[in-house]
Design a protein around this ligand. Structure first.
Ligand code: F1P
Length: 350
């Protein structure tokens, strides 16, 4: 099989994967999963490792935005190593959401056991099921099959499903209609920007940084992780405005600065990207609408031009980093399907 064939098939297959998940969610009795654990009376705590941790962050932010109640995200290791910081003895009731494509990551399985010991209820969301589905009495298993080591369609599908649940709890049926428009939206964007990213990936960089704020920040984190995993390149992520407070000293013509630009913060965030271009960096802008100034300055501009609200199109923001990572990996002669030093599941010996 050609290097990267699985990863690319899974990235380009996301519209179909999302359609399958939406069909399943429309049929699903979500009250069975969530029970009486409404965010009004219970703090939702999203937990994952690696890509699933950034997914947890994006889900928590979506949850806050859609329900108006607080929610947090932590890596599973924090619950295991520093439980008193994550769940202090006086904390209010907690409902945890354990996120794992494989359902086999040992930190997640140990977290499930630790929560059980403390009588903290949780639900699981997974693609493969495995041991996590056995431990958890409330499991949402999505119809997504991924062969690649790196998580692409599993990330976007699980995030979309958690947004779906948040919208149900928040009473935003209109938001669920917006999610149904995602597969067609991505189908029309992929043939435009896929080839442009493949061409863009011919350039080589010494350093890569992705920037975003608000609900887009976890997507910038995942974008950087995809570039690291799929191309064995070092990539960092920052809150966009924080990049000015020191990190910008890395900028040169061999540095790629990519920005996922929000609507609310467009003026301030795009000013950072323009500044990095003026300091000699190579820039990539991803936004729903791109202003003429950013378009003429950026080395690549990806304009989504979608009518749905920003929160509903979060998953579309990460697809370009998935492609960029894979295409850089291929250009470097690597196989993005099985990146160096990585395994599909991380299990730590006890
Ligand atoms: C999460 C994860 C991935 C990473 C690697 C190992 O797994 O850490 O983020 O790319 O392949 O697994 P999971 O708990 O979601 O299965």
């Amino acid at each position: 099989m050609n290097p990267g064939a699985n990863t690319l098939r899974e990235i380009y297959g996301q519209p179909e994967a999302w359609n399958c998940c939406l069909r399943m969610l429309d049929e699903c009795d979500l009250s069975q999963l969530v029970g009486s654990r409404h965010p009004r009376s219970t703090e939702w705590l999203f937990v994952g490792c690696g890509t699933s941790y950034y997914l947890a962050q994006a889900a928590a932010a979506s949850f806050v935005a859609l329900t108006g109640f607080p929610a947090r995200a932590v890596p599973a290791s924090e619950i295991l190593l520093f439980p008193y910081l994550v769940i202090p003895t006086t904390s209010a009731a907690i409902f945890a959401v354990l996120i794992s494509r494989s359902g086999r990551t040992s930190e997640i399985l140990e977290t499930a056991e630790a929560l059980k010991r403390r009588n903290i209820e949780f639900m699981a969301i997974t693609c493969d099921g495995n041991e996590l589905a056995e431990i958890s009495s409330r499991t949402l298993r999505l119809p997504v099959t991924e062969e690649s080591t790196v998580m692409t369609s599993s990330f976007t599908s699980m995030l979309m499903a958690l947004q779906y649940i948040a919208a149900r709890l928040g009473g935003s049926d209109g938001f669920i209609d917006e999610l149904h428009a995602l597969p067609a939206a991505l189908t029309s964007l992929l043939p435009i920007y896929g080839p442009q990213l493949e061409k863009f990936a011919e350039r080589s960089f010494d350093d890569v940084a992705f920037l975003a704020q608000g609900t887009l920040y976890p997507l910038a984190s995942e974008t950087a992780l995809k570039v690291m995993e799929s191309s064995s390149s070092y990539a960092q992520f920052f809150h966009t405005m924080e990049f000015r407070h020191g990190p910008k000293s890395i900028v040169s013509e061999k540095v790629l600065v990519g920005a996922l630009l929000s609507e609310a913060g467009y003026a301030e965030e795009s000013a950072v990207l323009l500044e990095m271009k003026s300091q000699g960096g190579c820039t990539l802008a991803i936004a729903n609408r791109i202003s003429p100034e950013v378009r003429s300055s950026a080395d690549l501009a990806i304009e989504l031009d979608l009518s749905m609200p920003e929160l509903a199109r979060l998953v579309i923001f990460v697809v370009w980093g998935q492609l960029l990572g894979s295409y850089i990996g291929l250009r470097k002669g690597l196989n993005p399907d099985s990146p160096r030093n990585l395994t599909r599941v991380v299990t730590l010996a006890g």
